[in-house]
Design a protein around this ligand. Structure first.
Ligand code: NAD
Length: 360
């Protein structure tokens, strides 16, 4: 995959900037990818992961940073899209010095990129990185941060699901519907609470016995099934993938009995073409990056000085955005994932263009 976009290189990605950072002493090897700053500084988390190769790390950061540009655009944020990866095993090499070295590289970009938590990085790591850079979100409440982003992620997924329910059944509620939640982690737990409060029946599964124990004691009315395949084949109205990516694939989509898919997991479509398979089966898929934007909305709010109520209000708008995308998909005769991409690209072009109007 080439980074530089050119008309005769269809494999090029069109990223604005890709920065390789190294600090030999601490073992830091990081790549920061900035896909677009058309709407503002690029925001996206730092993934700390033992990639098999530098090529794999680069491919991931290019892919993830592009995804963040689309997610932030549709979340209505004045932020572009970026992401970073630290190549290495966090269990082995994560240290104060490594995180602070990384923070200095983030600072060196002078605000073109804001970082946040992702797989392998936590709130405490952001607090550490913040000792070297101003351009960090996802810090702890004690350090002026937004804390646990799964709270508004779950709230946003619930709003997206309400919009999908309205599109299919005519009313923006899950009352009386059976919703299958795959993954009772940080997001799945909050989502289960919102669904039960709304009057839905919840069927769930998780591979972690602790998560199952939590649901048995907190919400004994939740029905549990053995695994995600059993959930897919269960008699449910809505399927909510809240564990890992690739939940919608060539095996699960033909077996799925739900009419709606709305969940928190990133990259739910295992490969391009799955969105068409879903549409052909008459299953409405609310795109993951639209409905799971509550977390980025929550941490982005830190840039203005965190205010939970304001962030929640913004995350509630995921209901309106999902509605608009589903309507656009119908009007243009395309799957919702395609309509969402079009809407994001339109906002990046229309609002991004305004910066060409000189202010002085
Ligand atoms: N936390 C956020 O703010 C946020 C924001 C956007 C997207 N997401 C995405 O949402 C998903 C869930 O995030 P989270 O923060 O709740 O993660 P988490 O690690 O807290 O929870 C994931 C849960 O899924 C379970 N799980 C893993 N494999 C499973 C399987 N095969 N079948 C059933 N359960 C399985 C795990 O045991 C765990 O309980 C992830 O894909 C994440 O990338 C999270």
């Amino acid at each position: 995959m080439g980074v530089f976009a050119s008309t005769d290189d269809p494999g090029s990605t069109g990223h604005e900037q890709v920065v390789f950072c190294q600090d030999k002493q601490t073992g830091l090897k990081a790549i920061i990818g900035i896909y677009s700053t058309a709407l503002g500084p690029a925001l996206g988390g730092t993934r700390f992961y033992p990639y098999v190769s530098e090529e794999a790390a680069l491919a991931d950061v290019l892919d993830l940073s592009r995804g963040m540009a689309y997610k932030n655009a549709l979340a209505g944020l004045d932020l572009g899209g970026g992401k970073a990866v630290i190549w290495g095993d966090p269990e082995q090499i994560k240290s104060e010095a490594l995180l602070r070295a990384y923070g200095r590289f983030v600072e060196s970009l002078a605000g073109r990129y804001y970082t946040a938590c992702d797989v392998g990085t936590y709130v405490a790591d952001m607090d550490m990185i913040a000792r070297e850079t101003r351009y960090v979100t996802g810090r702890s409440v004690e350090h002026g941060g937004a804390g646990d982003s799964s709270i508004l992620t779950a709230w946003g997924v619930f709003q997206g699901m309400r919009a999908a329910a309205e599109h299919v059944w005519g009313a923006p509620t899950l009352a009386g519907r059976r919703v299958g939640v795959a993954g009772l982690g940080k997001v799945g737990k909050y989502l289960t609470g919102h669904l039960l409060d709304d009057g839905a029946e919840v069927v769930a599964t998780d591979v972690n016995p602790k998560a199952l124990e939590w649901v048995r004691t907190t919400h004994p009315q939740v029905e549990l099934v053995d695994d995600a395949s059993a959930l897919v084949a269960a008699d449910i109205d809505v399927y909510a993938p809240c564990a890992l990516g690739g939940a919608l694939n060539d095996d699960t989509v033909p077996a799925l009995r739900a009419k709606v898919v709305t969940g928190a997991a990133n990259n739910q479509l295992a490969h391009p073409g799955i969105e068409k398979l879903l549409a052909d089966r008459g299953i409405l898929y609310a795109p993951d990056y639209v409905v799971n934007a509550g977390g980025v909305i929550q941490v982005a709010d830190e840039i203005e000085g965190f205010n939970f109520d304001r962030a929640k209000l913004r995350a509630t708008k995921i209901y309106d955005t999902t509605r608009e995308i589903l309507r656009l998909a119908d009007d243009e005769g395309v799957p919702p994932a395609v309509a969402a991409d079009r809407l994001a690209e339109r906002r990046m072009a229309d609002v991004g263009r305004l910066r060409t109007i000189r202010l002085r």
